[in-house]
Design a protein around this ligand. Structure first.
Ligand code: ADP
Ligand code: MG
Length: 353
């Protein structure tokens, strides 16, 4: 079993709290993602798991055993370096063999382990090729094979594809997800890209200044963000978050442009959140329900269109399917299902309806 547990772990660098009282449990065989802005403590968490840093407080357990005083080698957790870090002058096979040769493992054992890991990663047929003759996905598999040939209990990746261009990133993350599913080994993955985190992770932890703000499956966190901080981090365009008041006809925001007749609205809500895809926008001339707003700008993106609305002093963004006939400065009617509204209290925490 290679579950990895932090219990109230704190790590300081001088006056900086790099990791602040973090508790989480990564399950065996899970693709677990840490997501947060730069300097939020993601890399420090990986170094603590590897054993390159020791916690100032708290306990780390791997496979149920406390490892605070266990050396990195004995923890047997592998870091996968970017696929660019493959030795260019060596074949894929020699790249994969390298960690074992370095450790003076017997030749017969090396051959057996390389064959095993190559079979698991479906790269047996490309072992003779140098990295330059491999596709991006194949290089990724070779880099992972080089980390896994030591048979670690878990493998870690620190923002592994941030250096790639957007198109290659999309391809690579699908590849990574597929590899992890096939291998069924615990993977802890760090990224500062919300879309990447959402797309690859079984579960993810959201960090802010060394603190874990929420843990859950991506869809769960997206649908029920625990705070405005988390709500703003996930989703593109970002969630519309507006100051709200309780009026006679329900919850109002953006100077009455948003009015939600929601009997379930929590009394202590001071802000509401509306996902762009939950805003309904229709031409004003069509009539029907909805409050009036003026179209500020329209961004047609092919499969969908982002419409920015001027609602009092506020700007609201709506995400519409296809290419609706909506022009700048037109009047539209906007509405939102009460059940899709997020409510937040004074300190930014989410409130239950
Ligand atoms: P991330 O990977 O999310 O960008 P890090 O874990 O690298 O964040 O850093 C978390 C915080 O700890 C930052 O404020 C950073 O400046 C600080 N920090 C990280 N490593 C060191 C170090 N070796 N010495 C001093 N401060 C550090
Ligand atoms: Mg980092």
């Amino acid at each position: 079993m290679a579950d990895i547990v932090f219990r109230n772990v704190t790590k300081r660098y001088g006056g900086t709290l790099a990791v602040d009282d973090a508790s989480f449990a990564v399950n065996d065989n899970e693709f677990f993602c840490f997501f947060g802005p730069p300097l939020s403590g993601k890399s420090t968490i990986l170094r603590l798991v590897l054993g390159l840093e020791t916690p100032d407080m708290g306990e780390i357990l791997i496979g149920g055993k406390p490892v605070n005083t266990v050396s990195p080698a004995e923890r047997n957790v592998a870091m996968v370096f970017q696929n660019l870090a493959l030795f260019p002058h060596m074949s894929a096979r020699d790249n994969i063999r390298f960690p074992l040769v370095e450790r003076r493992v017997a030749e017969a054992e090396i051959e057996k382990r390389v064959a095993d890991v190559a079979a698991k990663l479906h790269i047996g047929h490309i072992l003779h090729k140098p990295p330059a003759q491999l596709s991006g996905g194949e290089r990724q598999r070779v880099a992972i094979a080089r980390a896994l040939v030591r048979d670690p209990v878990a493998y870690l990746m620190d923002d592994p594809i941030s250096a790639l261009d957007a198109r290659l990133r999309e391809e690579t993350r699908v590849e990574l997800k597929r590899i992890q599913r096939e291998l069924g080994k615990t993977l802890i993955y760090v990224t500062h890209d919300q879309e990447e985190a959402m797309s690859v992770a079984d579960r993810m932890a959201i960090l802010e200044s060394g603190k874990i703000r929420q843990i859950g499956a991506p869809a769960e966190i997206y649908d029920r963000p625990a705070s405005t901080y988390v709500a703003r981090l996930l989703g593109s365009p970002m969630m519309n978050i507006l100051k709200s008041v309780h009026g006679a006809e329900g919850v109002e925001a953006a100077e009455g442009t948003i009015r939600i007749a929601d009997t379930g609205a929590p009394a202590d809500a001071v802000e509401i959140g509306l996902r762009p895809e939950d805003l309904k926008v229709r031409a004003w001339s069509e009539g029907g329900a909805g409050r009036p707003a003026r179209v500020f700008e329209v961004e047609p993106l092919g499969g969908y269109t982002v419409v920015t609305l001027a609602a009092g002093q506020a700007r609201l963004r709506a995400l519409l399917r296809g290419q609706p006939d909506i022009r700048p400065d037109a009047m539209v009617a906007i509405s939102c299902e009460p059940g899709r509204v997020h409510y937040f209290g004074q300190s930014g925490g989410a409130l239950e309806r």
